[in-house]
Design a protein around this ligand. Structure first.
Ligand code: AMP
Length: 249
């Protein structure tokens, strides 16, 4: 069984993002970019399926600008076998990515597609669900455990106040939640090995996909600044302020 994993290049989670002065988006100039953290978990899950003998090949896919190659090399260093870059400078919205992944899935015929549950830049949480709808495949979102046996995937999902276990026929789409695994540390020898693994480049045009945006961003704004705190001398003052100023009690 082949496993396809979608990896997105996003602003590194440690970076404090700056909104552009014209409020059209986030400033990406000279900002450290990394693989979306949930996608690292997705790659780790796919590689573990291969190591357990449930998958035969792991193919990482990224859609976006040429430097997404670096993100794909990271996926290859974690243990993916080969990579596909769908290269475009266009702004890609989740529906466009889902269509591109569907086109790649048509070619690659995977048994499983694993995505992150959400990208930390757009926080959309849509791509996996849209891909499942476009492909008409079963889906399990927010996975905290994936087991594959006898042509089915057993997926445990994190739901409000508990866990839900689903059995899916393959092919299927699964999106990775935080507790699915802890991605391995990428070692230097594996980074070196990853440089020699195959990375193929294609384009939305070659896949016959129209990636024109369907939504328009009207404005992006920073959250309001936090007001400074104060120290109160004693409990009586605290209670007084909570009652009379904050009106919380
Ligand atoms: P989103 O729906 O934007 O929150 O993204 C959910 C997941 O879809 C991500 O964690 C990735 O696995 C995948 N994805 C989104 N955008 C891309 C992209 N440009 N290239 C590859 N995978 C993507």
């Amino acid at each position: 069984m082949r496993v396809l994993v979608a990896v997105k290049r996003v602003v590194d989670y440690n970076v404090k993002v700056r909104v552009k002065s014209d409020r059209s988006g986030v400033d990406l100039a000279n900002v450290k970019m990394s693989m979306n953290p949930f996608d690292e978990i997705a790659v780790e899950a796919a590689v573990r399926l291969k190591e357990a003998g449930a998958a035969t090949e792991v193919v990482a896919v990224s859609c976006g600008v040429a430097p997404c190659q670096e993100t794909l090399r990271t996926a290859l260093a974690i243990g993916a076998d080969r990579a596909i870059l769908v290269q475009t400078d266009a702004e890609l919205q989740p529906l466009a990515v889902a269509k591109l992944l569907k086109a790649i899935a048509d070619k690659e015929q995977p048994g499983l597609v694993i995505l992150g549950k959400q990208a930390i830049d757009d926080d959309a949480n849509q791509t996996g669900q849209m891909l499942a709808a476009l492909a008409d495949w079963p889906q399990a979102t927010f996975a905290s455990k994936i087991e594959v046996a006898d042509g089915r995937a057993k997926v445990t999902r994190e739901v409000d106040g508990g866990l839900e276990t689903l059995s899916l026929g393959l092919p299927a789409v699964v999106t990775a939640d935080l507790r699915l695994n802890e991605p391995r540390y990428v070692t230097l020898p594996n980074i070196m090995k990853a440089k020699k693994k195959p990375l193929e480049t294609t384009t939305p045009d070659a896949l016959g996909v129209d990636v024109a945006p369907r939504l328009e961003t009207l404005a992006v704004a920073e959250p309001p600044g936090r007001k400074g705190g104060i120290k109160v001398p004693d409990v009586a003052t605290l209670v007084d302020k909570l009652r009379n100023e904050a009106k919380l009690i």
